[in-house]
Design a protein around this ligand. Structure first.
Ligand code: NAP
Length: 327
C-alpha cells in the first residue's frame, strides 16, 4: 500500500508487547503506522525482528512522561500534514516495587504522568487531526484490574483502583503528593489508578467529542498478556509464575500476537465502529470467542467525577481551554 494513501495510525509504546504486535497486524492490513516510542533504536530492532515491512512504518520519538516531549511529537507529526485515521493510546509503565515515587520533568508521579497525563495531552492535541479523517478511531488500552465490575478489579493487593475525591490532583499532584486520591504512595495502585483514569478519559472524550467530530472513542481489555515486558519490574518469581498461572489456572492468558490482533480489530474492523464502548473478550479465553461490550464500574462511569477529572487534568497538563477544532 502506498505510504501517502494508506490509512494512518499512531501507536504509542510500539517498541514491545501489545503495541508492537498491534503495529504488525495493522501494517499487514495495509495501514501505515507511526510507532511513537521513547527508545527509537529499540523500536527499530523490534520491528525488524518481527518482520514488519519498513514501508509500512515510521518510528518517531516520544516520552509520554514528559509533556514537552508529547507537544514536540505532535508538532513533528503535523509536519507531514496528513489526516489521522487512528490513535492507539497503548504505552504504559508498571513499577510495583518502587518504595518512593519517581517524578516526571513536571514533578508528577511518573506512572500516572506517563500512562494517563501523557495520553490525555496527546489525545487532545490530535483531536483536530483525527477529525479530518472519515471513521477515525481513538483506542485506549484499559485493563481488568482497573474495573471493579469484574473479579480482576476487586483484587485487594495492593488495593483496587480508586481515585477518591481526586484530592491529590486538586493539591497539584507534585511532591509530596504521589497518588490521585492524595493518600500514601502505593506503586501498584498508582498503575491501576492511571488505567482507571485512562478509561474515564475515553468515556469523557466520547461524551464531549463524538457527536461533534464523528471520532469513535473506545477502550479495550485484550486479555491477560502475562508475558509482556510490562511485568519487567515485578519480582522474578512473579514473572515466572504469573504466565503459568494465567495459562493453567485462570485460563485468562492471551498471546502478544492475539492481543495485537484484537487491538488492530478495534482500530480497523467495521464491527468495532461503536463509540463509547469498552471491548472485552472475557477473562477465560476460548477459541473463537467474540468481542462484547463489557460494563464498567460505577467508579468509571460516574459522569460528574469524569468531568471533574477531565478539568483537573486539563489544568495539570497545561491544556488551553479550546482544543484544536476539526477542520
Ligand atoms: P510493554 O511490552 O511493557 O509495552 C509498553 C510500551 O510502553 C513499551 O513500548 C514501552 O517502551 C512504552 N513506554 C513505557 N514508558 C514510556 C514512555 N515514558 N514514553 C513512551 N513509551 C513508553 O507492555 P504491554 O503489556 O504490551 O502493555 C501495553 C498496554 O496494554 C498498556 O497500556 C497496558 O496497561 C495494557 N494492558 C496490558 C495487559 C497485559 O496483560 N500485559 C493487560 C491489559 C492491558 P520501552 O520499550 O521503551 O519500555
Amino acid at each position: 500500500m502506498n505510504k501517502d494513501t494508506a490509512p494512518l495510525c499512531i501507536v504509542t509504546g510500539a517498541s514491545s508487547g501489545i503495541g508492537l504486535y498491534a503495529t504488525k497486524s495493522l501494517v499487514m492490513r495495509g495501514w501505515h503506522v507511526v510507532m511513537a516510542c521513547r527508545d527509537t533504536a529499540k523500536a527499530q530492532a523490534a520491528a525488524r525482528e518481527l518482520g514488519i515491512p519498513e514501508e509500512g512504518r515510521t518510528i518517531m520519538p516520544i516520552d509520554l512522561g514528559s509533556l514537552a516531549s508529547v507537544r514536540a511529537f505532535v508538532e513533528a507529526f503535523r509536519a507531514a500534514g496528513r489526516p489521522l485515521d487512528g490513535l492507539v493510546c497503548n504505552a504504559a509503565t508498571y513499577m510495583p516495587r518502587l518504595v518512593e515515587p519517581l517524578r516526571s520533568p513536571e514533578g508528577y508521579e511518573l506512572s500516572v504522568a506517563t500512562n494517563y497525563f501523557g495520553h490525555f495531552l496527546l489525545a487532545n492535541l490530535l483531536l483536530g487531526d483525527l477529525g479530518r479523517a472519515r471513521d477515525a478511531r481513538l483506542v485506549t488500552l484499559g485493563t481488568v484490574t482497573a474495573n471493579s465490575e469484574e473479579f480482576g478489579g476487586k483484587i485487594p493487593i495492593p488495593a483496587p483502583a480508586d481515585l477518591g475525591d481526586l484530592e491529590g490532583l486538586k493539591a497539584g499532584f507534585t511532591e509530596p503528593v504521589a497518588m490521585i486520591d492524595g493518600k500514601a504512595f502505593k506503586p501498584g495502585k498508582a498503575y491501576k489508578d492511571s488505567k482507571l483514569a485512562c478509561m474515564m478519559m475515553s468515556r469523557e472524550l466520547h461524551v464531549r467529542f463524538h457527536d461533534r467530530t464523528g471520532i469513535v472513542f473506545t477502550t479495550l481489555y485484550p486479555g491477560c498478556v502475562a508475558d509482556t515486558p510490562l511485568f519487567r519490574h515485578a519480582p522474578r518469581a512473579f514473572q515466572r509464575i504469573f504466565p503459568w498461572f494465567q495459562k493453567n489456572v485462570t485460563g485468562g492468558y492471551v498471546s502478544q500476537e492475539l492481543a495485537g490482533e484484537r487491538v488492530a480489530d478495534v482500530v480497523a474492523d467495521p464491527a468495532f465502529a461503536r463509540s463509547g464502548v469498552h471491548w472485552s473478550w472475557g477473562n477465560r479465553q476460548r477459541e473463537g470467542r467474540e468481542a462484547f461490550a463489557q460494563g464498567l464500574s460505577p467508579k468509571a462511569t460516574d459522569a460528574a467525577r469524569a468531568r471533574e477529572l477531565w478539568d483537573l487534568t486539563a489544568g495539570l497538563v497545561g491544556l488551553e481551554e479550546r482544543v484544536a477544532e476539526p477542520a
